[in-house]
Unconditional design. Structure first.
Length: 328
């Protein structure tokens, strides 16, 4: 199984994101992951990095008069190291406490994107802090940034979010997994790079971590893909009076809900897209839930489960079962 750990698993709503807070959250996430190892699963872990890479960018900008600033790809690499350290240490401690002898490694990972991806010409992913109009215009003039306005909070930089097409370290990850190593990889979707004349070059972009996770899961040939997020189910009519959770659903039915506009692009949309891509590539099951319910969901007692259409028929599962709001 590949588990994609959401950024909210390390920085919870209302927290400042201190190292102590992130480490405490990492320990809780690690406990859930180790529970799955004790249940017999062989795992690969990926993670988000949204708040952390934003903090890296802010530090780089604020300290630019003291030390050279860092481009976005380098900030992404730094955040992979930061989060990988917290997760690997937490996993090592939880594994030791459980009496499990599983080696852990965090691997800084690069994801190749196409220089001709249409997303490269249409930046949409907000990153970094909010600016006043004057500050934003100055940065646009001096640095060539693309800026968008958030009417409630100010102006913000946006960068492209292209589709990952290749994981550079795939064979290393495959080899480590084959040796029984618990690998943490593809942090924040991986460092975005393009291949030019045989060489790799980092670019100013952000890769969606769920899309990169689905790609890695497919290329490794794992059976199941679990996405940890901030809700315990995928919901239809989310945060409306008609809100209702999906528990078991086929890929084609989920695609219909997606096409009907139930899953916003900046929230559940990429997770649903990634689930569908994984199943289309031959995956057997996707589980989407919060990290608090991860072990319970993998056991089939919580969360949203998505199956290929034929798989749903074989298991004689309902196409989808909708529970009352707040139900289980």
């Amino acid at each position: 199984m590949l588990i994609a750990v959401g950024g909210n698993s390390l920085i919870r709503a209302g927290e400042k994101g201190t190292t102590a807070e992130q480490l405490a959250n990492a320990r809780r996430t690690a406990a859930a992951i180790v529970g799955l190892i004790r249940d017999g699963y062989h795992l690969v872990v990926t993670h988000g990095n949204g708040p952390q890479v934003g903090a890296q960018l802010l530090r780089s900008e604020r300290a630019a008069d003291q030390v050279p600033g860092q481009p976005l790809d380098v900030c992404g690499a730094a955040s992979q190291g930061e989060i990988g350290y917290l997760l690997s240490q937490s996993l090592q401690d939880e594994l030791a406490a459980a009496g499990e002898h599983v080696p852990v490694v965090s691997l800084v990972t690069q994801s190749i994107v196409s220089a001709t991806d249409p997303a490269m010409k249409h930046p949409t992913k907000p990153i970094g802090p909010f600016y006043s109009r004057a500050q934003a215009e100055e940065r646009k003039r001096l640095l060539g940034w693309e800026i968008v306005e958030d009417a409630a909070r100010g102006y913000r930089r946006v960068v492209p979010s292209p589709e990952p097409v290749e994981i550079v370290e795939l064979e290393v990850i495959r080899s480590l997994v084959g040796q029984g190593v618990l690998v943490i990889a593809c942090g924040g979707g991986g460092i975005p790079v393009v291949r030019q004349n045989g060489d790799l070059h980092g670019i100013e972009a952000v890769i969606d971590k769920d899309r990169a996770s689905a790609l890695l899961a497919s290329q490794l040939g794992v059976d199941e893909f679990a996405i940890s997020t901030d809700t315990d189910y995928v919901y239809l009519d989310y945060k409306k009076s008609t809100q209702r959770p999906l528990t078991r659903v086929t890929a084609s039915d989920l695609q219909q809900h997606y096409s009907a506009g139930h899953f916003p692009p900046g929230n559940m949309g990429p997770k649903v897209e990634s689930a569908l891509h994984f199943l289309q590539a031959g995956g057997k099951e996707v589980v989407i839930t919060s990290y608090e319910h991860l072990r319970e969901a993998v056991a089939g007692r919580a969360g949203t489960h998505v199956f290929p259409d034929a798989e749903a028929i074989t298991r004689k599962l309902p196409v989808h079962l909708e529970l009352p709001v707040g139900g289980r």
